[in-house]
Design a protein around this ligand. Sequence first.
Ligand SMILES: [Ca+2]
Length: 197
Amino acid sequence: MILNNCVAFIMFRAFLILGGICTIYGAGNGYYGNEGYSLFAFSDIPPPDDLEDIALFKPTHASEPFNEGLTKENAVNGIFNDNMYESKLELMHPWWMVDLMEVRTIHQVQIFTRQGCCSHRLHDLEIRIGQGLVLTGDLSSYTLMSTYKGPYDVSQGHVICSNLRGIAGRFLAIKKVSSDVDHLQLVEVRVYVAKKN
Ligand SMILES: [Ca+2]
Protein backbone atom coordinates (compact mmCIF):
# COMPACT_ATOMS: atom_id res chain seq x y z
CA MET A 1 0.00 0.00 0.00
CA ILE A 2 2.82 2.39 0.92
CA LEU A 3 4.57 1.64 -2.35
CA ASN A 4 1.39 2.24 -4.29
CA ASN A 5 0.86 5.55 -2.52
CA CYS A 6 4.44 6.57 -3.30
CA VAL A 7 4.02 5.71 -6.95
CA ALA A 8 0.78 7.64 -7.09
CA PHE A 9 2.45 10.62 -5.40
CA ILE A 10 5.42 10.53 -7.77
CA MET A 11 3.11 10.30 -10.78
CA PHE A 12 1.06 13.19 -9.42
CA ARG A 13 4.16 15.34 -8.94
CA ALA A 14 5.44 14.48 -12.39
CA PHE A 15 2.07 15.41 -13.82
CA LEU A 16 2.23 18.80 -12.13
CA ILE A 17 5.78 19.51 -13.21
CA LEU A 18 5.16 18.54 -16.80
CA GLY A 19 2.12 20.74 -17.05
CA GLY A 20 -1.02 18.70 -17.31
CA ILE A 21 -4.58 19.80 -17.42
CA CYS A 22 -5.75 23.38 -17.60
CA THR A 23 -8.25 24.45 -14.99
CA ILE A 24 -10.96 27.01 -14.55
CA TYR A 25 -10.13 29.86 -12.22
CA GLY A 26 -12.12 32.81 -11.00
CA ALA A 27 -15.84 32.93 -10.42
CA GLY A 28 -18.15 34.94 -12.60
CA ASN A 29 -17.99 35.57 -16.29
CA GLY A 30 -14.33 34.83 -16.89
CA TYR A 31 -13.37 38.30 -17.99
CA TYR A 32 -10.11 39.90 -17.06
CA GLY A 33 -10.27 41.22 -13.56
CA ASN A 34 -13.61 42.99 -13.79
CA GLU A 35 -15.13 40.83 -11.10
CA GLY A 36 -12.42 41.68 -8.61
CA TYR A 37 -10.94 38.22 -8.33
CA SER A 38 -7.29 37.32 -8.58
CA LEU A 39 -6.04 36.26 -11.97
CA PHE A 40 -3.67 33.70 -10.55
CA ALA A 41 -3.75 30.37 -8.80
CA PHE A 42 -0.82 30.63 -6.46
CA SER A 43 -0.02 27.00 -5.84
CA ASP A 44 1.30 25.97 -9.22
CA ILE A 45 3.41 28.86 -10.49
CA PRO A 46 6.24 31.02 -9.19
CA PRO A 47 5.16 34.12 -7.25
CA PRO A 48 3.10 36.36 -9.58
CA ASP A 49 5.51 39.24 -8.96
CA ASP A 50 8.18 37.17 -10.71
CA LEU A 51 6.06 36.84 -13.86
CA GLU A 52 4.98 39.16 -16.66
CA ASP A 53 2.48 38.85 -19.51
CA ILE A 54 4.23 39.54 -22.78
CA ALA A 55 1.63 38.39 -25.32
CA LEU A 56 -0.15 41.72 -25.68
CA PHE A 57 0.16 43.13 -29.23
CA LYS A 58 2.70 40.49 -30.28
CA PRO A 59 2.51 39.02 -33.83
CA THR A 60 0.04 36.17 -34.27
CA HIS A 61 -0.69 33.37 -36.72
CA ALA A 62 -3.79 31.21 -37.03
CA SER A 63 -6.11 29.13 -39.13
CA GLU A 64 -8.34 31.02 -41.50
CA PRO A 65 -10.75 33.28 -39.58
CA PHE A 66 -14.52 33.21 -39.66
CA ASN A 67 -14.55 36.65 -41.30
CA GLU A 68 -12.48 39.83 -41.66
CA GLY A 69 -13.59 41.13 -38.28
CA LEU A 70 -12.57 38.07 -36.28
CA THR A 71 -8.89 37.86 -37.05
CA LYS A 72 -5.93 36.46 -35.11
CA GLU A 73 -4.74 39.80 -33.74
CA ASN A 74 -7.92 40.17 -31.74
CA ALA A 75 -6.77 37.59 -29.21
CA VAL A 76 -3.91 39.81 -28.00
CA ASN A 77 -5.32 43.32 -28.45
CA GLY A 78 -6.41 43.83 -24.84
CA ILE A 79 -10.07 44.22 -25.78
CA PHE A 80 -12.66 41.93 -24.20
CA ASN A 81 -16.43 42.10 -24.76
CA ASP A 82 -16.28 39.26 -27.30
CA ASN A 83 -13.64 40.99 -29.43
CA MET A 84 -11.94 37.80 -30.58
CA TYR A 85 -10.29 35.52 -33.07
CA GLU A 86 -12.76 32.98 -34.41
CA SER A 87 -11.86 30.17 -36.78
CA LYS A 88 -13.56 29.58 -40.10
CA LEU A 89 -16.89 27.77 -40.36
CA GLU A 90 -16.64 23.96 -40.32
CA LEU A 91 -12.85 23.98 -40.02
CA MET A 92 -11.47 20.94 -38.25
CA HIS A 93 -8.51 21.32 -35.88
CA PRO A 94 -8.26 25.12 -35.93
CA TRP A 95 -5.20 26.62 -34.28
CA TRP A 96 -3.83 29.98 -33.15
CA MET A 97 -0.41 31.07 -31.97
CA VAL A 98 1.45 34.10 -30.70
CA ASP A 99 5.07 34.89 -31.46
CA LEU A 100 6.73 36.18 -28.30
CA MET A 101 9.63 37.44 -30.48
CA GLU A 102 12.22 35.77 -28.27
CA VAL A 103 12.63 32.57 -26.32
CA ARG A 104 11.19 32.96 -22.83
CA THR A 105 10.34 30.58 -20.02
CA ILE A 106 6.56 30.22 -20.02
CA HIS A 107 4.85 29.43 -16.71
CA GLN A 108 1.21 30.20 -17.30
CA VAL A 109 -1.28 30.74 -20.09
CA GLN A 110 -4.67 32.31 -19.48
CA ILE A 111 -7.44 31.84 -22.02
CA PHE A 112 -10.54 34.01 -22.18
CA THR A 113 -13.23 32.82 -24.51
CA ARG A 114 -16.48 34.21 -25.86
CA GLN A 115 -19.07 34.86 -23.20
CA GLY A 116 -22.14 36.27 -24.92
CA CYS A 117 -22.74 33.16 -26.98
CA CYS A 118 -21.34 29.74 -27.75
CA SER A 119 -18.80 29.45 -24.95
CA HIS A 120 -19.48 25.69 -24.96
CA ARG A 121 -17.25 25.52 -28.04
CA LEU A 122 -14.17 25.82 -25.81
CA HIS A 123 -13.08 22.22 -25.36
CA ASP A 124 -10.43 19.70 -26.38
CA LEU A 125 -7.55 22.15 -26.57
CA GLU A 126 -3.83 21.50 -26.65
CA ILE A 127 -1.51 24.25 -25.47
CA ARG A 128 1.92 23.82 -27.04
CA ILE A 129 5.19 25.71 -26.98
CA GLY A 130 7.68 25.78 -29.84
CA GLN A 131 11.02 27.25 -30.82
CA GLY A 132 10.40 27.75 -34.55
CA LEU A 133 7.49 28.99 -36.64
CA VAL A 134 5.16 26.28 -37.96
CA LEU A 135 2.29 27.42 -40.14
CA THR A 136 0.96 24.06 -41.34
CA GLY A 137 -1.13 23.39 -38.26
CA ASP A 138 0.95 20.28 -37.46
CA LEU A 139 2.21 21.30 -34.05
CA SER A 140 3.49 17.88 -33.02
CA SER A 141 7.06 19.22 -32.88
CA TYR A 142 6.04 21.68 -30.17
CA THR A 143 6.20 20.72 -26.49
CA LEU A 144 2.80 19.93 -25.02
CA MET A 145 2.33 22.22 -22.04
CA SER A 146 -1.27 21.44 -21.12
CA THR A 147 -4.61 20.20 -22.33
CA TYR A 148 -8.09 21.47 -21.67
CA LYS A 149 -10.91 18.98 -22.12
CA GLY A 150 -13.91 21.07 -21.13
CA PRO A 151 -16.82 21.37 -21.39
CA TYR A 152 -16.79 25.07 -20.60
CA ASP A 153 -19.82 26.94 -19.38
CA VAL A 154 -20.45 30.66 -19.59
CA SER A 155 -20.84 30.87 -15.81
CA GLN A 156 -17.26 29.73 -15.23
CA GLY A 157 -14.05 31.70 -14.94
CA HIS A 158 -11.17 31.88 -17.34
CA VAL A 159 -9.03 28.89 -18.28
CA ILE A 160 -5.51 28.78 -16.86
CA CYS A 161 -2.72 26.40 -17.79
CA SER A 162 0.28 26.40 -15.49
CA ASN A 163 3.74 24.94 -15.33
CA LEU A 164 5.79 25.41 -12.19
CA ARG A 165 9.18 24.74 -13.76
CA GLY A 166 8.39 26.64 -16.96
CA ILE A 167 8.87 25.66 -20.59
CA ALA A 168 11.20 27.65 -22.81
CA GLY A 169 9.91 28.71 -26.19
CA ARG A 170 9.12 31.55 -28.55
CA PHE A 171 5.77 30.41 -29.93
CA LEU A 172 2.72 29.64 -27.79
CA ALA A 173 0.04 27.75 -29.70
CA ILE A 174 -3.52 26.69 -28.93
CA LYS A 175 -5.05 23.99 -31.09
CA LYS A 176 -8.43 22.31 -31.06
CA VAL A 177 -7.93 18.58 -31.39
CA SER A 178 -11.42 17.08 -31.28
CA SER A 179 -13.05 15.63 -34.39
CA ASP A 180 -15.90 18.14 -34.48
CA VAL A 181 -16.00 21.50 -36.19
CA ASP A 182 -16.72 23.74 -33.22
CA HIS A 183 -15.04 27.08 -33.80
CA LEU A 184 -11.96 28.13 -31.87
CA GLN A 185 -12.93 31.39 -30.18
CA LEU A 186 -10.24 33.32 -28.32
CA VAL A 187 -11.14 36.70 -26.86
CA GLU A 188 -7.78 37.18 -25.12
CA VAL A 189 -4.75 35.03 -24.42
CA ARG A 190 -2.26 35.97 -21.74
CA VAL A 191 1.19 34.37 -21.67
CA TYR A 192 3.07 34.79 -18.41
CA VAL A 193 6.82 34.30 -18.48
CA ALA A 194 9.59 34.63 -15.93
CA LYS A 195 10.81 38.19 -15.69
CA LYS A 196 14.36 38.86 -16.76
CA ASN A 197 16.84 39.51 -13.99
CA1 LIG B 1 -9.59 40.76 -27.83
